[in-house]
Design a protein around this ligand. Sequence first.
Ligand code: SF4
Length: 199
Amino acid sequence: MKEQQKESKKQFMESLSIEINNCKKCDLWKTRNKPLVGDGSINAEILVIGESPGYYEDLQGKAFVGEAGKILDNLLGLVNLKRKGIYITNVLKCHPPRNHNPNRQEIDSCIGYLYKQIDIIKPKIILTLGKFASKEIFDKFNLDFTRISELRGRVFEAETNFGKMKIIPLYHPAVACYHNEMIGELKKDFEKLGLLMKN
Ligand code: SF4
């Protein structure tokens, strides 16, 4: 990628970050500490999308800290990926109190920021973590969302204004915090991602 393109991506993301940090479009701004714009490289080929910042992410303004973050790092390691080689963000940029599920009004207020991030980063692959992120991205790219348990680990293709892009829905790594046996399922899906990256 040319230096000029990299510089304009950086500028777009910086101005989006200022917008998100000042955002009051839904009530979550009232209880947030730090909005989480995203972490990693904006020049990455892989964009990882979760649901919303958790308690510790809200305090630190960083993506996937804590137990689910360790699981994600291990899964990324299976396919030789590191955080600095991908970009991680969420559907909601502010922490929902008591980790409530994102509601329609919150998603509709916030989703435009994610769409702008996709346009800036122009990823080749999007990994959606969990049902909320998967459903929103499937809807955006006119794919039929059924259930995460049915779709996870499968590779879908979407047309974008920057070319073809692959979408892989996955279970959210946090499920393995509560259900130890799920780590095996997550590993299987990440191994498929590894094969895709080789082709
Ligand atoms: S969740 Fe999104 S829409 Fe709501 S205040 Fe935060 S940045 Fe704005």
